[in-house]
Each structure stands twice: as structure tokens, then as C-alpha cells.
Design a protein around this ligand. Sequence first.
Ligand SMILES: [Zn+2]
Length: 136
Amino acid sequence: MSKGRDKHQERHHNLTMFGKDLVRRCGAHCELCDASGEPLSIFEVPPVANDPSYEHCLMVCETCKEQVERPKHIDPNHWRCLGTTMWSEVTAAKVSAIVILNHLAKKESWAQELLEQAYLEAEETEWVEQWTLGMK
Ligand SMILES: [Zn+2]
């Protein structure tokens, strides 16, 4: 068996292990838009390390996942919720909110206004700087 395959399986195994904790943390709500009653899946917040970490994982709904992965088709109205998410106790959710707001703020003045109120710790700022929407 190749090393790459081992790595892949290990990663998958770790993500499955986090799964239960993530499900508990999110309480069946999307951790970005707070939608409930939607199928949720794990989204790894970039930069994605070789070893998946719990802190980088979010449970998100399909709409959020799709828009974050294809920011060209982003629907600004879906993201009004970020005014709440940017105060989340889950760092990955907070960081994602700021990154998405940074993207929206190019066109949306409400996003700009939210960013002006945002408060980030130094580590959070560092994390935000490592991820821009639309960048692989
Ligand atoms: Zn969502």
C-alpha cells in the first residue's frame, strides 16, 4: 500500500472521530448561518493542515458550503447572519465569518460596517490572513 493512501485513510479516520464532537458542538445548526433542519457536513476551514484538526472543522449546510467553495456565485443576502456568526465562540466559525465579510465588503456596505465592529485576537487575525475566498 502506498504512503499516500495510508495518509488519506488516516485523515478520513480522524474526521470521523471529530464527527461526534462536532455534531454535539453545532447542536444540529449550521455553524455559519444557524440554519436547522438542513443536512450538515464537515467543512475544513483553510489553511488545511496535513493532519485534520477539530479546531479547523465546521458543520455547515449545503448552501454555505457551496457558496464558500464557489464565491463567484455568492448570494450576499444569505450572509446577513454573519453579524451574529462573527461573535461565535467557535474560532473557525468566527474566522470564516470575517473572511466571507472581507469578500462581500468589496460590494456590500453592510458587510463593511460589520467588519468595522469586529474584534479579533491576534491569532485570529493571523488565521484570517491565511485564507481568502476563491483562493485554493
Ligand atoms: Zn449554513
